[in-house]
Design a protein around this ligand. Structure first.
Ligand SMILES: *Cc1c(COP(=O)(O)O)cnc(C)c1O
Length: 376
């Protein structure tokens, strides 16, 4: 999608908040621990290159992304520190990762054998992290036998450098710790089977790092916390308290492009789900579900000027309408999502409204919305 530079709709990102969140996490790390900044999915919608540069300055040891192309984007933008791809990359692309010094996740023994074929051909060495499925049920080794065989395979194998071994928590953001403990136990067991020596053994994500201590993870893969959002954020349970203050960085802003009065019996948008029962002032905002502002947000209140106004009628592909208490001019600022966590239209409130998590709301905001950076 082409970014809309000639339309008043932008995602604003406060790099100052991002810097402070990263600095606070650096101070919070346990002795000897390092941080990998997780900037997958365009840094959760915030802009991968810009966020990675701040994390680099603050002292991150490296970066995590989800797919190989995200790693290459960072390399093309002069990021030289280690980058780990957390997902499974097709073994045929192992040489591209090796040449670019990008570390890949090993999901199982077959993957290693396949990747070796491609690496041998060009006499390349790939940095790898052994993925462990300690209960996430997603990727990685979960059987002793396979893991022992993989270790054997890697001994004296010059096509691979074992940079790490890691697992991912399914519920580090929950107050019920039994599954969390079970995952640590399984991880420690797999660790005891190692015959190769990874440089970094890591399991912490944001939630593990800010809600738990003493896990002995060489690295923290710090993701959602960078963006100032609390990982424990389901609509129905109270948030766990993080170890330090998290400052949200993202706001989503537009302007009124049209204002009018409609009269009794007039409908608004597809299907006329809103029909005026009296003279009603309606403002139009040039943002829609094609930007990631999904139809479920109908009824949510956004800030128009200094008034919170309800979205009425269906959200269209590229526009939505609000019901306004008074006439305001075209060009009036519309704050769809506020970076202020106490504002009624903060990103968690928006996520709660559509029954999801703020991770998803941030990621939905797509490339048609230019990112504008400021530092405050
Ligand atoms: C996304 C991801 C993270 C970061 O998780 P947050 O909850 O955002 O801190 C860490 N590790 C893995 C494997 C991930 O996929």
């Amino acid at each position: 999608m082409v970014p809309g530079y000639h339309r008043p709709a932008v995602v604003k990102v406060n790099l100052g908040a991002i810097r402070r969140n990263l600095e606070n996490e650096m101070k919070h790390l346990e002795p000897g621990q390092k941080m990998l900044a997780v900037v997958k999915a365009n840094a959760y919608g915030h802009g991968a290159v810009e966020v990675a540069k701040v994390a680099d300055e603050v002292g991150a040891a490296g970066f995590c992304v989800a797919i190989l192309d995200e790693a290459l984007q960072l390399r093309h933008n002069d990021i030289v520190k280690p980058i780990l791809v957390l997902g499974v990359v097709s073994p045929e692309y192992a040489p591209i990762a090796a040449v670019n010094g990008v570390s890949l996740t090993v999901p199982n023994l077959e993957w290693l054998k396949e990747a070796e074929k491609y690496l041998e051909k060009d006499n390349l060495q790939l940095k790898i992290h052994l993925g462990i499925d300690s209960g996430m049920g997603r990727i990685g080794f979960n059987e002793d036998e396979d893991f022992i065989a993989a270790n054997k395979f890697l001994e004296n194998n010059d096509n691979f450098f074992v940079e790490g071994m890691f697992a991912h928590f399914a519920s580090a953001d929950s107050s019920d710790e039994s599954y969390f403990e079970r995952q640590i136990k399984k991880f420690r067991h797999m660790e005891s089977l190692l015959t190769v020596k990874p440089k970094w053994i890591h399991i912490d994500n944001t939630a593990a790092s800010i809600f738990h201590s003493g896990i002995k993870s060489d690295l923290v893969r710090f993701g959602i916390g960078i963006y100032g959002l609390n990982p424990s954020s389901t609509p129905d349970t109270p948030d766990l308290k993080p170890a330090f203050k998290l400052e949200p960085a993202l706001s989503f802003e537009s302007e009124l492009t049209h204002v009018k009065t409609i009269h009794k019996g007039d409908g608004v948008s597809y299907g006329s789900t809103f029909v005026a029962d009296e003279d009603t002032i309606i403002g139009t905002v040039p943002v829609g579900y094609a930007d990631g502002w999904i139809r479920k947000f109908q009824g949510f209140k956004v800030k128009v000027g200094d008034k919170y106004c309800t979205i009425v009628g269906r959200i269209c592909m590229d526009q939505f309408m609000v019901k306004m208490p008074e006439k305001m001019p075209v060009g009036t600022k519309v704050e769809i999502i506020s970076a202020d966590p106490t504002a009624p239209n903060n990103i968690k409130a928006a996520a709660d409204y559509v029954d999801t998590i703020h991770y998803e709301v941030a990621c939905l905001l797509n490339d048609r919305l230019p990112r504008v950076y400021y530092e405050k």
